[in-house]
Design a protein around this ligand. Sequence first.
Ligand SMILES: [Zn+2]
Length: 377
Amino acid sequence: MLKIGSHVSFSGKGLLNAANEAAAYGSSTFMIYTGAPQNTRRKSVDELYIPEGKEVMAENGINEIVVHAPYIINLGSFKDQTYRLAVDFLQEEVRRTHKIGVKNIVLHPGAFTEKDVDYGIARIAEGLNEVLEGTKETDVNIALETMAGKGTEIGRSFEELARIINLVEANDRLTVCMDTCHIHDAGYDIVNGVDGVLKKFDDIVGLDRIAVVHVNDSKNPLGSGKDRHAVIGSGMIGYQGIAGVVGHELLKDKPFILETPWIGKSASTERPMYEAEIALLRRDADERFGGEFMEDVERLHHFFDKEDVHPRLYVMNSWEQLKAADAKTKKADPREPMERLYDMLIENRVLTEDYSEEAVNQRLLAWLAGKEWLASL
Ligand SMILES: [Zn+2]
């Protein structure tokens, strides 16, 4: 069965909280940060409701989950204090991951800041050697994430990841987290050539290293080097591009983790789209949302056809217009494609007024998945 879920909150009752949230979205896996990603404050492991969380996981058929290391960790830093903190804290996080019973901790390799790529790669490898050596008693793997290439971050190419792996002694404990938004932004065309991208990855790093896939659409074009995640289908990768990765034979059985933004007209109505994204990618939206959901999606197709609005073309053109717009035009109307489409539906009263903003957006996402998606059910 497809293992798919999202990033969920580990606050409050720790694993219990995370497992309940994941179950509410219909997830079959999930990802947590062991504490706030931007600081090093952590609760002790016995306050994390681990047995209780595992019980909820078992009830929901969730067995494999993933931890993400905090992004304050920079193993590529030339500053001794930053590097030291990164090594020490990553070791603690690996031990914590082990105690929670998780096999992979995802790590952003690091950034070289004022130095250069070669310096950064050597420094990261040195740090990983120390962390792996210091956590030998665990069987936790560190999953290096493929990065978009913004700023001086390392991991923008498969070659950079391979160079790090080759410099690490205990590299049998190094795996990879492939992020769809990041590789797209780094220039790997998964929309038109996912087979070629995976072949390239296999030649340079090896597909057996992939332990996790982060599933995110992108607000930017191929090769932009940006890293801004979009809800599935509302970005420049598109539903079909993402589905081509999630359903790929060579990635079967990997955990697929959504890290897409929450959306809503205001901070108080913002909701994650995970439940709909999971159902769309698993192709069980009909059972999940039931009743009128599919009829509503057909209604959206009918309405937008009449308006001559095609999902993929509309999304691509809107992003391009937003990028090209001068500051004044953008300020006058900064709405992203999803919000523009939402407003059209509301103005034209296409759906019943009883629906919450979230319910409308869920139907919109299914429309964005396109007629091919509908036909494939
Ligand atoms: Zn990440």
